[in-house]
Every structure is written in C-alpha cells, then in structure tokens.
Design a protein around this ligand. Structure first.
Ligand code: PLP
Length: 398
C-alpha cells in the first residue's frame, strides 16, 4: 500500500482525464469542484438520454431504492417485468435479457448466436462483424470489434469474427461459409467516428442473412433509445433484425443494458446465461422512467428536429471554416475536421466550458441530451466557432 499523495493516484490510470472533479449535473450542464459550469455535448458518452440527473430518473431510483433493491436474479421482480414488456411492445423483439453494460449485452448476443449455431446449424459459430466496428471491452467484444488499436492487445483473441467492410455487401458474401451463424453491426459506427450504414445496405444485409439462414444482430447501444429520432435505428431502414443490444441511453445515466431477441432467435436454455445484478429492480426502474419519456412520438419528433437544427448549424460552421462533411443521424452527429486537430479543439472547448468529444483525430462527435434546447445548441456552436477561429489563426501563424 502506498500513501496516495495526489487525489487521483488511487485510481488506475486507464485514460488521460482533465484534472478536475465533477460534482453536480443538471440537464445539459455539469459543474466541477471549482464551481465552473460546462455545457455538456458528451453526456456521459451518449448515456444521459434525458440530461444530467433528470427528475424522472432520480425519482424512480429513490422510490425503488426505498422499496426493493435486489431480491436475487433467481426471482422475478416488478420493474424488470414491466421494462421487458415495454421494450417488447415497442420493438420487433419478443424477449429480453438485462445486463449491466453494453459489452455484457453484446457478449450475451454473441453467446446467443453461438447457441443458435450449436442447436440449429451444425455448430456454426462465426459472426461476421465489420472493420471500424466497436462492441465493447471484454475479450469477445474486443475480438468482435474492428478497431485497429485493439488488434495487438490481449492476445490471443477470441476467434470467429471475420471482418467485412461497412456498406459493401460483397465483402460480407465473401466471408459466409458453413461456419457462419450471424452478422453483427452498429447501424452507425460511433467510436469509429460516426460512419452510418446506409438504409439500403441494412435492407440488403437483412435480405442476405435471411436467404442464407443467418442471424442479424444490431448493436444499438449508441443508436438506440431515441438517439437517431426513432426509438431504434433499425426502424429507419424498415427492417426487423433477429437480435438487438441496448446500453448507454437505456438507463438514463445508470448502468443498464439489454439483449433482445425474436422468438426465432431466443434459444438460451437453463444455465446458459445469467448474472448476479442482471435485471435488478433499481436499474430497471430507471430504465422504465427513461423509456416512458423517450418512446413518446412527440419526444422522438423533438429529437429529429433538434438533430436537424444541430446538423444545419454544423454545416454552416463547416462552410465558414473550410471543414469537411457532417455525418450521422438525429442527435448522433460528427463534424469532419479534415485535419488531425480534434484533441486540441476538445481541450480548447473544455477550457471555455463546453464538452465535446473527438472519437478520431480528425472528427468531432456531438451526442447531447435528447432534450437539448436550441439555445444550448446555439451556445455550443458559438463556442466552437470561437475555438475554430483561434485554431485557424494559430495554423496561419505556424
Ligand atoms: C459504448 C458501446 C459499447 C460498449 O458499452 P459499454 O457499456 O461501455 O460496455 C458497445 N457497442 C457500442 C456501439 C457502443 O457505443
């Protein structure tokens, strides 16, 4: 044991963090321990669907905390039954398994597909995933991810995840063999820099997987729960996948995730899947409060409208500063910077009290609360405009 002389020393350093401590959040704003206020367009990584500490979620948590925390995953509890029913009623899926993180939900999706292969497809186990994809940080989900930086890490990887190219159906066809059981993708590759699968590609992929008897798994951990203006992104393409995973926004700020499957794909038997905290009433109560808000048609319409406003403001900004395209859908958007200046833009904006994210060196990502206001969008744009003016001036001097 060492004497932690610095307040940050006792935490494993798994990433570079700015040396401030956040102590409070409300809606689109965060405050640090020096009382500085930040306008937040990161929102816990697209987690706080309704902003920081939304009353609906806080109240649901408080009420449930006083009633029942955890009876055991071997017993039914009301919030998980209600949330499962609501998710099924609002989607094309028939059954739900709750998890505590997105990676765990994806791990479950991978296990479910392999189970399907062992029951119905002579032990087929390969899941075709995509270059640039991100599915989490467990060993199997890192292996399923197509992230370059993961490649040398924690060898040997879990086998059985050949990689195709997004929006290239032939690249998928070439990988299909009698070992293939499923195809898995994010409808919009978030961590890779907000690269959307086209609706046409999603439709073709659905037709292909159906024709070849393969499961289609959509990882909607970032795109689901209203983020793109529909409750689930697959609705844009008018397709019905076999398996879907949800995380991030589903808990509105608390650790909750879900694995959903159609009757056709839902084939776990006793002993295949479980977990101590899975489907605990506390997190499910929060999830229910989020879903009740987000699933309302008028709320989803407001997400679409806010997304279109943010998109047009980003396009104006791009034109003004000679930057690249604006990508994405709804309130999951990226601005192409054309230069690897993302980290310095993020740092400058942070100093000016605005939180944005740079998932790749040449891109900025915007994932505000789904109830972000036009005023808040305009404030963020004004800040970014000033930062870009400074960055442009610095480049001209250099
Ligand atoms: C964030 C994310 C994950 C991983 O979720 P965790 O809760 O961090 O485990 C998986 N897939 C996608 C698409 C994500 O955005």
């Amino acid at each position: 044991m060492t004497d932690a002389t610095h307040p940050f020393d006792a935490l494993m350093e798994i990433t570079a963090r700015p040396p401030v401590v956040f102590v409070r959040g409300a809606g689109s704003y965060l405050w640090d321990d020096a009382r500085k206020r930040y306008l937040d367009f990161v929102q816990g990584w697209a987690v706080n669907a309704l902003g920081h500490s939304p009353p609906a979620v806080a109240e649901a948590l408080a009420a449930q905390a006083n009633r029942l925390l955890t009876p055991s995953p071997a017993f039914y509890n009301e919030p998980s039954l209600k949330l499962a029913k609501a998710l099924v009623a609002n989607s094309c899926f028939d059954q739900v398994f709750f998890a505590n993180s997105g990676a765990e939900a994806n791990e479950g999706a991978i296990k479910l597909a392999r189970k399907f292969g062992s029951l119905y497809k002579n032990g087929a186990y390969e899941i075709i995933s995509f270059v640039g994809g991100f599915h989490g940080r467990t060993l199997a989900t890192m292996s399923a991810s197509g992230k370059k930086a993961f490649e040398p890490l924690f060898e040997p990887k879990v086998t059985g995840f050949p990689k195709a190219q997004l929006n290239d159906l032939d690249s998928v066809k070439r990988l299909i063999s009698n070992k293939t059981v499923a195809v898995m993708l994010e409808p919009i590759q978030g961590e890779a820099g907000v690269w959307p699968a086209t609706d046409q590609f999603l439709r073709e992929l659905r037709a292909l997987t159906k024709e070849r008897g393969l499961l289609l798994i959509v990882d909607e951990i970032q795109t689901g729960m209203g983020r793109t203006g529909k409750l689930f992104h697959y609705e844009h393409a008018g397709i019905e996948p076999d398996i879907m995973t949800l995380g991030k926004g589903i808990g509105g700020g608390v650790p909750l995730a879900a694995l959903l499957a159609t009757d056709y794909a839902s084939c776990f038997e006793h002993g295949d899947q479980g977990g101590t905290f899975n489907g605990n009433p506390l997190m499910c109560a929060a999830g229910l409060a989020v879903l009740e808000h987000v699933a309302k048609p008028e709320f989803l319409k407001s997400v679409t409208d806010a997304g279109l406003f943010l998109e047009s403001e980003l396009q104006k900004l791009s034109a003004r500063h000679g930057l690249g395209e604006v990508r994405g859908r709804g309130l999951l958007l990226a601005l192409d910077l054309k230069l690897p200046i993302g980290a310095s833009i993020v740092a400058e904006a942070f100093a000016d009290g605005v939180l944005i994210n740079s998932p790749q060196p040449d891109a900025l990502r915007f994932m505000p609360a789904l109830n972000v206001t036009r005023e808040e969008i305009s404030l963020m744009i004004d800040c970014l405009d000033a930062v870009l003016v400074k960055a442009g001036a610095a480049r001209r001097v250099a």
